[in-house]
Design a protein around this ligand. Structure first.
Ligand SMILES: [Zn+2]
Length: 418
């Protein structure tokens, strides 16, 4: 009897664990399907007399398609669907579209612009439900037309869903043609955005002798920009070039606006233990690598609360969506760069053990830009503070960072992850 009883209990346990797993998987898939969808691909094909543009997506989404003149563009505004920058790599063999650009307009809307080489008219726009191996698809058929036909069709909306999308053409688009002409010229240059941590009413860490982290980070950011500019192969932007306060989310937006290929946030930590020294490099992770990393992320994320308004919390929902949709690609690339950075820094300065760490830094949450946070050292340590205040020391740190950036982009060329 005992034996049967134990067996039954054992069997029940097995069934229960199985059910729990099934339940967990169901919950997980529900959660995923409830999140915003994403456009996973773009194809440009050729029909008999028309060109078909197809977006692949895992969910149905709202859109508005219309034409704009001077210069000629076909515009697709979308809402609540994640659109990766990878779409920009799509090439058109029909000699109709010179380039594809993806940019944000506010309220969760994304604009995809097709720069046209010839005047076209839109013949048909339709959404197709999943079928066999295909997911949701938005298809747009266009044909080459006369200048007059084109002009007569500009301003016509092919919209579906959200009404605010129909006024799409009046939205301010962060990638205006004016800016992209400039961008085109620098196309071969990699874009690096350097973020000097803290600023304005947020001093960051206070050093051993009272120096403010915000001033050290700004000096370092400027030095790094100077050295990168000198190379001529990078286009470098700073999130701030003076002593001003910028919310963390805004810093991410700046990087996305500039379509950064790499984002580096520069910081210097402080610790109660005044003996703590060494440099470390962080990349984004929901789970911190250890308590120290978690505490540091919390300290850095507090920057947004200092102004009295918790901007970080406001944007948490948004960043959570972004982060859940974050391409694995971006994380891999961030880690690749972190590795390059640690390798170079090892040659010139003292590192903390486990130099590459992970934590949930708000400033690293751009879903499509490889991002790292560099903690140059501890301002709370007398010796390290002295070093960080020295221009020559920062020059050394910047030189190693430049080498790491060179190395990273060189490696990426060969990997072509997209
Ligand atoms: Zn900091």
């Amino acid at each position: 009897m005992m034996n049967i009883g134990t067996n039954i209990i054992y069997l029940c346990r097995v069934i229960l664990s199985f059910l729990l797993i099934v339940f967990a998987v169901m919950m997980l898939s529900c959660h995923v399907s409830e999140a915003a969808g994403r456009i996973s691909g773009l194809r440009i094909g050729q029909g008999v007399s028309s060109v078909r543009i197809v977006f692949d997506a895992d969910k149905e989404f709202d859109y508005n398609v219309f034409l704009l003149n001077s210069p000629k563009r076909l515009v697709v505004d979308t809402k609540n669907v994640y659109v990766g920058k990878a779409l920009e790599k799509t090439k058109d063999k029909n000699n109709l579209i010179s380039q594809v650009r993806v940019g944000d307009i506010y309220d969760g809307k994304t604009r995809i612009v097709f720069d046209l080489l010839k005047p076209v008219v839109v013949k048909k726009v339709f959404m197709l439900p999943p079928q066999s191996t295909f997911k949701w698809r938005l298809a747009i058929d266009v044909t080459v037309a006369s200048e007059r036909e084109f002009a007569s069709k500009t301003g016509v909306n092919y919209a579906h869903g959200d009404k605010t999308l129909s006024s799409g053409k009046n939205q301010t688009f962060k990638n205006d043609p004016q800016t992209t002409t400039a961008a085109k010229k620098q196309n071969t240059k990699k874009i690096v955005v350097i973020d000097a941590g803290h600023g304005g009413h947020d001093p960051g860490a206070i050093g051993y002798s009272g120096v403010h982290e915000k001033n050290i980070t700004l000096a370092m950011a400027k030095e790094l920009k100077r050295q990168l500019d000198r190379k001529g192969s990078y286009k470098v932007y700073l999130t701030r070039s003076s002593d001003i306060f910028i919310p963390l989310r805004k810093r991410v937006e700046i990087a996305r606006k500039y379509k950064a290929d790499l984002f580096i946030s520069v910081h210097a930590d402080s610790a109660l233990n005044r003996k703590a020294t060494g440099l470390s490099v962080y990349t984004l992770s929901e789970t911190a690598s250890d308590k120290e990393a978690a505490a540091l992320a919390e300290r850095e994320n507090k920057a947004d609360i200092i102004g009295g308004l918790n901007l970080y919390e406001q944007s948490k929902e948004v960043s959570d969506v972004l982060i859940s949709l974050a391409q694995r690609e971006t994380r891999n690339r961030s880690s690749e760069f972190a590795k390059c950075l640690v390798d170079q820094m090892r040659k010139s300065v003292k590192l903390i053990s486990d130099t590459h760490r992970f934590a949930g830094f708000a400033v690293l949450k751009a879903p499509d830009i490889p991002s790292v946070l560099l903690e140059m050292g501890y301002l709370s340590n007398k010796n390290e503070e002295r070093l960080l205040r020295q221009e020559s020391y920062r020059r050394k740190l910047a030189a190693s960072t430049v080498k790491a950036i060179d190395r990273y982009f060189e490696d990426m060329k060969h990997k072509s992850l997209f």
